[in-house]
Design a protein around this ligand. Sequence first.
Ligand SMILES: Cc1cc2nc3c(=O)[nH]c(=O)nc-3n(C[C@H](O)[C@H](O)[C@H](O)COP(=O)(O)O)c2cc1C
Length: 197
Amino acid sequence: MTWDEPVPIRQDNVEIQIILGSTREGRFGETVARWFHGIAAERQDMGAELIDLRDWPLPFFNEARPPASGHYAPQAEAWAGTVARADGYVIVTPEYNHGYPAVLKNALDHLYSEWNNKPVAFVGYGGPAGGSRAVQQLRQVVVELQMAPIRNDIVMPLARRLFDEDGLITEASYDGRAGGLLDQLVWWARALRSARI
Ligand SMILES: Cc1cc2nc3c(=O)[nH]c(=O)nc-3n(C[C@H](O)[C@H](O)[C@H](O)COP(=O)(O)O)c2cc1C
C-alpha cells in the first residue's frame, strides 16, 4: 500500500456494547458483566465496550412524542449518541419478579432508530431460573425496536454460586457458552451492518 491509498475499512471488526441492566446498590450484575466483558475484550473480531446504566441516570420516559419521531428528551441525546456507535449489543440482565429491571426498560424506551436493525444477545442471571424469564420477556420487547435477537443466550441459575470471591467464574463451561454466543452475535453484526450501509 502506498502513502496516498485510503486506509481500508476493517469490515470484519464490529463494535459490541455490553449493557449492564442492574443499577442498585450491592448489585451482583457487575460481577457477571465484568466476566462477560473480559471474554469479549480478548477477541480480535470485535471491539467490546461495557455500558453501565448507572452512568446513564435517565429520567422516567415521559415525553410528549415517541422517540420513533426522532425527538428525544434532552438527557437522552447523549445516550442516543452512545448507543448509535455500536453494531450489536449484549444485555446483561437480572430477574426481578419474573421480569427484567425497570431501569433497563426505560433505557430501551428512550431511543428507537439507534437500536434498529442491529443484533442483540442476552445474559441473564438470578435465582433458580437464572434470569430466563427476564430474557424471554426482553426478546419480545426488542423485536418492536426492530432489533434481531440471536438464538444463543446465557442464563446463570443461582449466579452467585458460579463465581468465587474475586469475581472469577468457577464453572468453566460458561466461558465456552459466552464464546459461542459472541460468534453468533459477530456474524449477525457484520451481516446487518453491511445491510444498513
Ligand atoms: C426485587 C427483586 C426481585 C427478584 N425476583 C426474582 C425472581 O423473580 N426470580 C429470580 O430468579 N430471582 C429474583 N430475584 C433475585 C435476583 O435475581 C438476584 O438477587 C440478582 O442477583 C439480582 O441482580 P442484581 O444483584 O445485579 O441487582 C429478585 C431480586 C430482587 C431485588
